[in-house]
Design a protein. Structure first.
Length: 445
């Protein structure tokens, strides 16, 4: 447990990441979905109506920093708990002091880093004080709070999801660190923009990693105590890898994701894993790759093996939960499965064909029999007339027309005979044959 003075000055000592820690919302980078003017968290801070909350997000996005800024903006006492070293006894001692401070009109913000590491009893120890308003609890976690935080405590906290910083966000931080007096503003640092971008891409959304890498590179640069020239070789030594030919915003980014997609489409698992590794080792966001694999699962595998979608979505969730480098194996799992699965683009073709008709035939009326009829006027106009509730029939089917008259015989989804989709094709053909027979019977009558 650590009690922090808001006047604690670390601007000239300590690691660069600590010296460059933002002190105001204007300095804070990222999380505009929460902190832009008019957003709920920004309004809570500006109006001093901060309630207990949980910050959920990956490492290095500013969870602790934001909690400190909130304490400063709301003129609250700020106490940091470590979920690793603090027990129930320490919690109750601090809560008792916070209760006394509340009676004197002093607000207390208690920040618990890695709150998911607290056991149930430790988390429960906060409950009465949160309920009475003795403290404002701000917990930070990299794990899904739905699974890691007690439901009783979670129900009393607002959860805010913090997102990984973009490369542009981190580039801005690094450039400021080079010129700011809290950083290397008192030195003459030579570092090219492309090298700053290299550090930002390597950090993969983690500001702390980026600033630590910059500090190591500058302190080991060519020169003396007042001058440092940072080279590509120095940075590559600092990050323990050669910089790969990769720009997340440039042509190579699209070339590599294209190579991955087309290798999977061609059922070449080995090539697909190679291109996956090329992107991950160059610092690509694993969630970006996971999103592309989820798309592939339906676009190129589809109904030939619907498990591809399940596995791809599970891989995305795994990437979100644990991040790199651990999630690399989950992405490999999904990529290899999709590569070796039978392929069908029938779903993609079905939608694109239907979308073309939808764009060119926007005024086609919905058939009366499948229109909603919530009012008597609509019923009088024929809405819902002829509707057949399929569950009321023996076959759980009807021959009712659901497409507009101009499209009544149009077929958009044409299953292939690949994998499981062969059975889907047989089922679809059986349904169509039954409906044709049923309509013939109805016409006879």
């Amino acid at each position: 447990m650590e009690q922090i003075s808001l006047f604690d000055d670390r601007r000239t000592t300590g690691p660069l990441a600590d010296r460059m820690r933002p002190e105001t919302l204007d300095e804070y980078v990222g999380q505009q979905h929460l902190l832009a003017e008019g957003k709920i968290l920004r309004r809570m801070i500006d109006t001093d109506t901060v309630q207990s909350m949980i910050f959920w997000g990956p490492p290095g996005v500013g969870k602790t920093t934001l909690a400190r800024i909130i304490a400063r903006c709301t003129e609250s006492s700020f106490i940091i708990f470590s979920a690793v070293t603090s027990g129930i006894k320490e919690i109750k001692e601090v809560m008792s002091r916070a209760e006394n401070a509340r009676r004197m009109g002093q607000k207390t913000i208690v920040f618990v880093d890695e709150i998911h590491r607290f056991n149930k009893a430790q988390q429960d120890a906060f409950l009465p004080y949160v309920e009475r308003g003795s403290i404002t609890l701000i917990g930070a976690t990299t794990e899904n709070p739905s699974f890691e935080i007690n439901s009783a405590l979670l129900s009393r906290c607002k959860v805010f999801v913090l997102e990984a910083l973009t490369a542009d966000d981190i580039i801005g931080l690094l450039k400021r660190a080079v010129t700011d007096e809290r950083g290397f503003g008192n030195m003459e640092v030579e570092i090219e923009d492309d090298l700053i971008a290299l550090i930002a891409n390597y950090a993969n959304g983690d500001a702390r990693t980026a600033l630590n890498t910059l500090e190591l590179a500058v302190l080991n640069g060519e020169g003396d105590s007042v001058h440092s020239r940072v080279t590509r070789d120095i940075i590559e030594q600092c990050i323990s890898r050669k910089s790969l030919l990769y720009d997340k915003n440039g042509e190579e980014h699209y070339n590599l994701i294209s190579a991955l997609h087309k290798s999977m489409r061609n059922s070449d698992a080995d090539a697909a894993v190679y291109w996956l590794a090329r992107m991950l080792e160059a610092g690509e966001d694993p969630l970006y790759i996971a999103r592309r694999v989820v798309r592939f699962a339906s676009e190129d595998v589809g109904m030939a093996d619907s498990r591809a979608l399940e596995i791809s979505v599970a891989a995305y969730q795994a990437c979100h939960f644990i991040g790199m480098p651990e999630c690399s194996v989950h992405l490999t799992h999904a990529v290899v499965f999709c590569s070796l699965a039978p392929k069908s683009n029938a779903l993609e073709v079905a939608y694109m064909t239907a979308a073309e008709d939808a764009r060119t035939m926007l005024d086609e009326p919905v058939p009366l029999q499948i229109r909603n009829a919530p009012t008597s006027l609509m019923k009088d106009l024929g809405y819902g007339d002829g509707y057949i509730y399929a569950h009321d029939t023996e076959e759980k089917l009807s021959a009712m027309q659901c497409l507009p008259d101009s499209l009544k015989d149009k077929k958009y989804y044409n299953p292939t005979e690949q994998g499981v989709e062969k059975r889907v094709k047989q089922r679809k053909e059986q349904i169509e044959q039954w409906k044709a027979w049923k309509r013939a019977q109805e016409n006879k009558d």
